[in-house]
Design a protein around this ligand. Structure first.
Ligand SMILES: [Mn+2]
Length: 260
């Protein structure tokens, strides 16, 4: 097997004054998740964190930054803008909302985070990624990802009228649901652990925080290297409801359930 080459790692230095940094991902917000939206809006308004880091798939879908001016996307844009006016907010795209771009983030005063990024907080180095790029065993997904992340595909997609893009995304979603139903019983791909370890060693980060797999866990990969998989949020479709924040406070990471 050919070893995948290492990506380039961005580096981001936390402000020395920050004592608390929150990490969230995989909220999959949409018009169909009113309770999820309300929980997120309340959390964003009330968190005591000095900074909020969103590690992808905040949105179930994002068809282009021009969608931010109306409807559900406008309400989300308001929450991001209001939060970023109080405390720094950083955003890394996921596989659902990878079209969130400079225009959207600049309008909200939210910092764009490259995937992957090393967050330097105090004397710690934390590797941050959404996680989908490391799900190497899902070859079909990796092919689609390579296509959809290409500048040419994105330019062609964004050239279409907004409504045509919405229709196309609905079609994608339906196809992927059918695909998932057909493969029911097959567990979703996990992050490729040897490659994760390789990334962590390459950037001297003993801690890896990612989302995407919807399998929240804290796990020692190899002595001294620990990954924290963020929880997805679901307050609209499943019982029991799920919503959780991973909170870094003065160097210690804790899972914080947001529900009673
Ligand atoms: Mn994802």
């Amino acid at each position: 097997m050919v070893e995948p080459s290492l990506p380039s790692f961005a580096e981001w230095h936390a402000e020395p004054s920050w004592e608390t940094i929150d990490f969230i991902s995989d909220l999959h917000l949409s018009e169909e998740t009113p309770r999820g939206f309300d929980a997120w809006a309340a959390y964003m308004g009330n968190t005591p964190a000095d900074a909020v880091v969103i590690l992808g798939d905040l949105f179930e879908a994002w068809v282009g930054d021009d969608a931010r001016h109306a409807g559900f996307e406008a309400r989300c844009t308001e929450v991001l803008t209001a939060t970023a006016a109080v405390r720094p907010v950083a955003f890394m795209v996921g596989n659902r909302d990878f079209l969130v771009g400079e225009a959207m983030l600049a309008a909200c005063h939210v910092r764009a985070l490259a995937d992957p990024t090393v967050l330097v907080a105090g004397d710690q180095r934390l590797l941050l990624s959404h996680g989908d790029a490391l799900c190497l065993s899902d070859l079909q997904y990796q092919r689609i990802r390579a296509m959809a992340r290409s500048a040419a595909w994105q330019r062609d997609f964004l050239l279409q009228p907004l409504e045509a893009r919405r229709a196309q995304v609905r079609h994608f979603r339906l196809q992927s649901e059918l695909h998932n139903r057909a493969r029911s019983g097959t567990p979703y791909a996990d992050v490729d652990l040897p490659t994760a370890v390789q990334w962590m060693r390459a950037v001297a980060a003993p801690t890896f925080i990612h989302g995407h797999t919807h399998r929240p866990a804290t796990e020692t990969l190899t002595p001294g290297l620990v990954r924290h998989v963020l929880s997805d949020w679901d307050l609209d479709h499943t019982e029991p409801e799920r919503a959780e924040v991973l909170r870094w406070h003065r160097g210690v990471l804790t899972r914080l359930p947001l529900l009673p």
